[in-house]
Structure formats: C-alpha cells, structure tokens
Design a protein. Structure first.
Length: 377
C-alpha cells in the first residue's frame, strides 16, 4: 500500500478502537480539539465560532504538503433559530514542490434567508505545468512554469420565491506564468498562443434553486445553478469572452445521516478565452485525482455519485465514482475517451454541519490526496 493509502486508512481505523480506549481517546481528543475551537458546538453568544486544524495532502500538481484550515460558523442575527448557519473558511498551504497559497470561502445567510452573500477568493504561487489545449495535448509533454495567481468572485443573491434565487456577481482574476521552461518557438505556450500573463474581469448573472437543508454538509434536497459571466475590456478584461456554468445536485437520505449525493456539472466558454480561463477537468471538488490544468478546453462536463456515511462520534467516510469529458464544443464531447475518477474520503466534524475532509482521488494515470473544509458539493 502506498503512503497516501496508508495515511487514509490509518485515519479511518480510529473508529475501530476498543470501547474503553475509545472513551478515553474521545475525552482526550475533545479536550485537545476544544482548545483549537473544534468542539463540535455552536454558541451564538460568541459571535464567530472559530476552529483551527492542520492536515496533510498530496496532489499531482502540489506534491506532498501541509494545509491549515480555519473555519468559522456564525449567524448574522444571533437570535435567529431558523436560518442555517453562515460560515467562513480560510485555507493555507505549503508543499514540497515550492507551492504556497491561501484561499477563502464565505457563505452568509441573512435573516429568513431572503438575501445571500457568497465570496470565493485565492492567492497562490505554484510550480506547475502546461500541456496545451484539448484531450490530445494532455497526452503529450508538459511545459513547466510557475503560476502566480489571484482570484476574487463575490456574488449576492435575492430570494424571488421559496427556494428560488437570482443575483449578480463579479468574477475577477489575474494570472502570470513565470519561469517558463525552455521557451522557444514551437513550445506549448507558443503553439497555443498562450501569453505569459492574463487579466479577466466579468459580470455574472446567476439563478439558482436550492432546497438543501444546509450548504456545507447537505443531507437532503436539490440544488440547481446557472451562471452566465460576460468578460469584456470595457470592464477591465484583456479579452472578450463568455462562460456559462451549470450545476445540478441531488441528495437522497438513506438512513439516519447516510446520504447518496449526485453531482452533474458543466462549464462552457466562448469567444477569445484566455488559456488560464478555459474549462478544466480536475480540482478538489470534481474529477479529484487529476492534475489540475492538464485537461483543459472550452467545454468540460463531469458527473459523480458519492456515498456519505456518518459513523460514531464525529467520524465519517465517503466513497465516490465519476466521469468527465472535454472538447471545444458540446457536440464533440463524445469524440474523446472519458476520464474516470474513483475515490474515498475521511470526514471529521469540527462544528455542527461543518466537516474537515481528507479525500483520496484516483484518476487516469494520476492520484491526489486533498485536505479541505466542507463537502466537495
């Protein structure tokens, strides 16, 4: 068994201790985790309830690394007992490849869930690779470079009728490719006219139907989202292009807190799409196990089915399988071989409806071990 598999199953084996050992270890662990804020309790009187936890990861692009997750749970109105908890999470990482970065994700629900404010952001420096565009290019050789990137995507949503929301947002990113290995005519960057830097700025119009009980760890309900983003030089972008992103999730409770979760996702780009804003197959949410950025084209579609099992105390695990496809147009998605993914993950509950997850994903000729906050979808 490789090191990643041994680490994962070592974590899962914690639930197989003897009864006395479990009672002792839980009491000791609760005391230790309580000092980090991961006490699995929420106290509205404390404002934002913070938890801090470190964890290992291994991804094809980052290699072996250590991440830290800072998760906060809060309510805009401490007296509101109906609206689901709001959450904010910050993640930081360093890895043996020389990569480092920080990210944040915020879900704010205002009283009676009539308004929602969601914010995604990241800042990273990552030694990585560029294969080119399309399935066939991904079968060739990579060109190594160092990515310097920044992204910010705030979005505000207003409830129209029960479970139906509409809103607007802003999608901004900058991307610099530095230390490009052996740059010369005919290399990947020259062949695909991929400039060394890019700035994208777009206005997003979004509509969603959301009947999930909670966003961070859904146990039941459905979610559908359609986001259309218009990028143009008039609003600060280097080029004119559009992106349509569609997502559908269904959560079927089996028994107690066991859930069968389904995800269908597609991203479709048109116009003068910069190479860094092409659709990609592979990240910590979908197509886990693939080198992020190896498979990229204008259109990517993926689907996955995940079984989520809650065990005793705060433990849990997930099993999933999925598949993805990419092409330069929807009608050609079936022209290339499908990209399969399978995996398993360990879950540990740090706050009500807030898990830390460790996922081992296996893709075609690659695998990855991910450390993140909240469920993948």
């Amino acid at each position: 068994m490789n090191k990643r598999g041994a680490l994962f199953w070592g974590l899962v084996s914690l639930v197989n201790l003897s009864t006395d050992a479990v009672a002792t270890s839980r009491e000791e662990m609760d005391g230790f985790l309580g000092k980090l804020g991961a006490d699995n309790q929420y106290d509205a009187g404390k404002g934002i309830n913070w938890s801090v936890l470190p964890g290992p990861f291994y991804t094809p692009e980052l290699k072996l690394g250590l991440g830290t997750a800072i998760a906060g749970v809060y309510r805009v109105d401490p007296n509101d007992r109906v609206t689901q908890n709001s959450s904010v999470s910050f993640t930081g990482f360093v890895s043996s490849s020389g990569a480092l970065g920080v990210g944040m994700k915020n879900y704010t629900f205002f009283t009676d869930d009539e308004w929602r404010l969601f914010i995604d952001g990241s800042l990273a420096k990552i030694p990585t690779g560029f294969w080119g565009i399309g399935y066939n290019a991904a079968q060739g050789n990579e060109q190594k470079y160092t990515q310097q990137s920044f992204s910010l995507h705030p979005k505000v949503m207003r409830q129209a009728v029960d479970n139906l929301y509409a809103g607007v947002g802003w999608d901004f990113s900058t991307y610099d490719a530095e230390k490009i290995a052996d740059p010369h005519p005919g290399d990947n960057f020259s062949r695909y006219d991929a400039g060394s830097n890019s700035k994208s700025s777009g206005i997003t119009a979004a509509i969603s139907y959301d009947s999930r009980d909670v966003i961070t760890r859904p146990l039941r309900g459905q979610f559908f989202s359609a986001e259309y983003t218009f990028f143009d030089p008039a609003i600060g972008s280097d080029s004119h292009f559009t992106v349509l992103q569609l997502q559908y999730n269904y959560y079927f409770p089996l028994r107690d807190e066991d859930v069968l979760a389904f995800d269908l996702w597609g991203r479709f780009a048109r116009g003068e799409v910069p190479w860094d804003r092409l659709s990609q197959a592979g990240d910590d949410k979908r197509m886990r196990g693939y080198y992020q950025g190896r498979y990229r084209d204008k259109d990517v579609v993926s689907t996955q089915l995940e079984y989520r099992k809650k065990l005793n105390w705060r433990h849990g695990y997930v099993l999933w399988l999925g598949v993805g496809a990419l092409s330069d147009s929807p009608q050609h998605l079936s022209d290339n071989p499908l990209l399969p993914t399978v995996g398993a993950g360990y879950r540990f509950e740090v706050k009500p409806d807030m898990n830390i997850r460790l996922d081992l994903g296996i893709g075609k000729e690659s695998s990855g071990f991910y450390f993140q906050v909240a469920e993948a979808f």
